[in-house]
Design a protein around this ligand. Structure first.
Ligand code: ADP
Length: 350
């Protein structure tokens, strides 16, 4: 194969590739590799083309031992980090002898691995706290408090509370798992949002009344029929209204408003809009981008006290995503928050 053909082949590869000749100089830098080493690298010794230990080690090994060598290289470009898997492969054939170095972008893969590890660490931590409390109380009941009926009653109440917390966490984790596994399956049933909101209100009324919070529903006369999974949409509204009750100061009103948007500017089609509005403590807007992350809480202590798992909004985000809708959040500290779920209206076929 002549060198023009080799150059054309290497250039056509979508991943960054360098060809280093037996003289240890860079012969070809393909287009994708320009961002890593720059075109001016051609003709230079490979050690000066990219002064990165992982790259130099791989190339050295491939030349010395005539075996493929791999490593990892982190590049920075305009505050953007990319993690590359580097592979140096010795080549020899008629017309060319040297080493071919290829770079595979594994940034997303590494980030997903990190997310998985963080998630496991978070779940373990969340479960360990109530579990430690339970073990402590069991030991106390077996020992010092064995014959103390008053203490027994009090400890059993705390144990029930901690066990319920673990149950809520496991149940939220399972919900999240189910929603994620169905993420690509579009719901096909037709759901009318108006009666759904009424039944969520009825179910949460005792909880609201206990805290001195009133819930009102306002509906326009627009369309409220969407394609959806009724149980999942009920969970979305329940999670948002439960939060509104938790974070609304006593005596305040929580509003659930249902309206139709003739044309949603983002979804670019007619949509139903459910707003859950509270007049509670609100929060600084800096938190908004992170609120739907798993286990993200503005005040962890407060959330735990309220029986929160830190997963409610993550579940909301996933369900809304599955319904091809969107979630928008506004809040003003001291005044309250508004969580808006926008869902595309079902095509009526008319
Ligand atoms: P949690 O179980 O902690 O309520 P969520 O995922 O439902 O978890 O919410 C994440 C965090 O968002 C909460 O811990 C709280 O800090 C904040 N948050 C959610 N809803 C509201 C609200 N209506 N008012 C104030 N803060 C809220």
């Amino acid at each position: 194969m002549n060198s023009d053909m080799i150059r054309a082949l290497v250039s056509a590869l979508p991943m960054p590739v360098l060809l280093i000749g037996s003289d240890q100089r860079v012969h070809i830098v393909n287009r994708a590799a320009n961002a890593i080493v720059g075109v001016q690298a051609e003709g230079r010794h490979y050690m000066t083309a990219l002064r990165a230990p992982a790259f130099i080690d791989c190339v050295e090994t491939a030349f010395r031992d005539r075996v493929a060598a791999t490593g990892r290289h982190l590049s920075y470009e305009m505050a953007h980090e990319t993690l590359w898997a580097v592979r140096a492969e010795p080549l020899s054939g008629d017309g060319f002898s040297g080493v071919m170095v290829s770079f595979q972008d594994i940034t997303a893969l590494a980030a997903a691995g990190q997310m998985r590890r963080d998630f496991v660490a978070n779940v373990s931590h969340e479960l360990r706290t109530p579990l430690t409390a339970l073990i402590g109380f069991i030991e106390t009941l077996q020992g010092a408090a064995r014959d103390d009926p008053t203490a027994r009653g009090r400890f059993l109440a705390i144990m029930a509370h901690e066990a319920a917390r673990m149950e809520r966490l496991v149940s939220d984790l399972l919900s999240l798992n189910r929603v994620e596994s169905e993420a690509r399956v579009r719901p096909s049933a037709e759901v009318d949002l108006a009666p759904l909101l009424t039944s969520v209100r009825a179910a949460l009324l005792p909880q609201a009344t206990e805290r001195g919070v009133a819930i009102e529903i306002t509906t326009g006369d627009g369309d409220s029929l969407v394609r959806g999974d009724s149980d999942q949409l009920t969970q979305v509204v329940t999670n948002l209204v439960e939060n509104a009750i938790k974070y609304a100061a006593a005596g305040r009103l929580v509003t659930i408003a249902l309206t139709e948007a003739a044309m949603d500017p983002v979804l670019k089609r007619p949509a139903a809009r459910i707003e859950v509005i509270d007049r509670g403590e609100g929060f600084e807007p800096v938190h908004i981008p992170r609120l739907t992350e798993r286990f993200y809480r503005i005040d962890t202590h407060r959330s735990r006290e309220e029986g929160g798992t830190g997963l409610g909004l993550a579940i909301v985000k996933h369900i809304v995503g599955r319904h091809r809708g969107r979630l928008s959040i506004d809040s003003t500290p001291g005044q309250g928050s508004r969580f808006t779920v926008i869902l595309p209206l079902a095509e009526t076929g008319a």
